[in-house]
Design a protein around this ligand. Structure first.
Ligand code: ZN
Length: 346
């Protein structure tokens, strides 16, 4: 992740997950001969009348699953409770300090019955605001707090603003996919706004912690402590119009090696950055040349090398604006290409 979110500590949107926790841990996992209705919390009672399928109420699904739980043994139930608790421990799962419980580790009713039901909770109960919490309001709160203008994952795509009159938001990515971690379907420790390219086109349902991977966790209390250095290497040539072209481009991602590797695998980051640079390098290099020429008009002794260093300082003031973090990577490599600098100083 290029940048990480400082999390929101308290919001109504966190309530549904807590309500489902009582359903899993205090109703289903305590299934016995008594009626399930006695075990329902007030929050649950307020939403059980909604239909979760055509002609099927949430209440009747809760009861059907309650009856299945009567036949599940204690060790299996303990595992299910532990898996539910893990939906709040996404950070620990990402850095491997907690061993994840995957869907295949749990009783089959989790995959067959609970997973589709919790998907409905996310897509219907929360989306249509039948419960406390509003995805748009929470999105704006998060963006306002973090002052993000671009997707924090790729840094390339404009983000919807937190303006009061903006009715549009970015999509929430289930960072650990809800297909594999159904208990994290409505956990806002796991739901992170990302741009459509990162979320839908690149990541899809990839699981950041599959095959023992470790991954960046998108939230951090002190976001300034996370900085990602991006470097590039390339050769420069002249095309038929004597315009500079950039060849053999390579992107080098900094940060934690293993986590950056997962970031790249999830979102094709090197590919996204290579394409961005290749598409824009020529105009960018032409711009640099133009500005250096203007500088020479004022100071005929100005060195191209010094000009590039001034540009670097300027860009480093606000590295996330207008893909500057990649422009910095280009300039840093240009500074090592002495031949190129010599061409410009002629
Ligand atoms: Zn993105």
């Amino acid at each position: 992740m290029l940048r990480l979110y400082k999390p929101i500590k308290d919001d109504d949107i966190f309530k549904l997950h807590k309500t489902l926790e009582t359903l899993v841990c205090d109703v289903w996992c305590k299934a016995d001969d008594k009626s399930f209705e006695e075990k329902l919390s007030d929050d649950l009672k307020s939403i059980i009348a909604y239909n979760c399928k055509v002609g099927v109420s949430f209440k009747s699904e809760i009861e059907r699953i309650y009856n299945i739980f009567k036949g599940i043994d204690e060790p299996q139930k303990t595992k299910i409770i532990e898996a539910f608790k893990q939906a709040e421990q996404i950070k620990q799962l990402c850095d491997k300090s907690t061993k994840p419980l995957f869907l295949s580790d749990l009783h089959e009713t989790v995959a067959n019955d609970i997973k589709p039901l919790f998907k409905w909770c996310y897509e219907d109960l929360l989306e249509k605001q039948k419960v406390a919490g509003d995805k748009l309001k929470y999105y704006k709160k998060l963006i306002k707090q973090n002052k993000f203008k671009y997707c924090p994952c790729c840094g390339l795509i404009d983000f919807e603003s937190d303006d009061d009159d903006n009715e549009v938001r970015e999509a929430y990515d289930h960072y650990l996919p809800k297909s594999e971690f159904p208990f994290a379907s409505v956990s806002f420790k796991n739901l992170v706004p990302l741009c459509y390219k990162c979320n839908s086109d690149r990541k899809k349902a990839k699981n950041p912690i599959e095959n023992d991977r470790i991954a960046y966790y998108p939230f951090i209390d002190n976001p300034d402590s996370h900085s990602m250095e991006i470097n590039s290497t390339f050769d420069l040539d002249l095309d038929e119009n004597k315009d500079l072209i950039l060849n053999n481009l390579e992107i080098i991602l900094g940060g934690d090696k293993l986590k950056s590797d997962t970031w790249n695998w999830l979102f094709d980051i090197e590919d996204q950055y290579s394409r961005k640079i290749r598409r824009n390098a020529q105009s960018f290099l032409r711009d640099l040349k133009e500005r250096y020429r203007n500088k020479l008009k004022l100071d005929s002794q100005a060195k191209f090398n010094d000009f590039l260093i001034e540009e670097l300082v300027l860009y480093e003031n606000d590295i996330y604006y207008d893909w500057r973090f990649l422009k910095i990577a280009i300039i840093k490599h240009l500074l090592t290409l002495k031949n190129y600098i010599a061409v410009y100083e002629k």
